[in-house]
Design a protein around this ligand. Sequence first.
Ligand SMILES: C[S@@+](CC[C@H](N)C(=O)[O-])C[C@H]1O[C@@H](n2cnc3c(N)ncnc32)[C@H](O)[C@@H]1O
Length: 272
Amino acid sequence: MTTNTVISGDALEELKKLKAGTVQAVIADPPYYNVLEDEAWDTQWKTPAEYLEWCDAWVAESIRVLRDDGLCFIFGQLGKREHAFIHLMSRLSQQHQFHDLIIWDRAVGYNERRDSFTPQYEMILVLRKGDEVKFKKDAVRIPYDAATIETYLKDRRYKDPAARRAHLEKGKFATNILRVPSLKGASKEKCGHPSQKPIDLIEKLVACSTDEGDLVLDPFLGSGTTAVAAQRLNRQWIGIERDERYIAITQERLKTDLQAEQDHLLASAAQN
Ligand SMILES: C[S@@+](CC[C@H](N)C(=O)[O-])C[C@H]1O[C@@H](n2cnc3c(N)ncnc32)[C@H](O)[C@@H]1O
């Protein structure tokens, strides 16, 4: 199986061609169903039932290609009146093993509403394949600020301040509410995809669920965020996307990101 590549085509058809039990983590950010009302790819089903059946099919294929200890992350968002993801979570949790529900806290609200609170989060349903999963809690830690570290160091119960400081400087374990600011229009990271996810968020999912060299699959690659995150973290990756414009954006992002990393390494070596 060729890795570190974008497969141009339909997610379901291309997933069927992948070998069973080979992928350590699936990161899927599929069409939400009628949430992005101006995007043809989000409004391609006539009824929620049709959408849910399609999801059953691609999720079953994603679970088939997962390794036994792998995790499958599935993004979902609710619209103003649309709530297909609520039903999707319920039925997928009956068909597969539920592992977790992560809240992506976007830090700022979006799509202001007259008759409700302003939405600020998206959901990430996590399914597992077997009973034991690869999950690396240490790989995603949230740093304490300097003042908090100093306050905690005043606690007299700890006899070895240096060891205590080293422990605190590692940060605390992340909760399943991941606060990562969504990309603003002016963000340098923004590359022209209407539902581009922040690299920082996808890196957290990749880092907690895989080791270096493991294979990550994104069946709805969009502008290539998962590919960039995997490349940065030395994971292998496969992405599927059927819009050639987004595939071109992905290729460009991968090249630019690699170049930036090489430039950074060269600059650091020159300083030493
Ligand atoms: C929510 S976006 C993914 C965005 C991505 N996470 C990013 O950060 O750029 C969903 C993507 O799925 C693609 N898509 C929709 N239906 C598809 C299908 N049947 N097969 C492959 N790709 C599809 C769309 O073109 C769109 O780019």
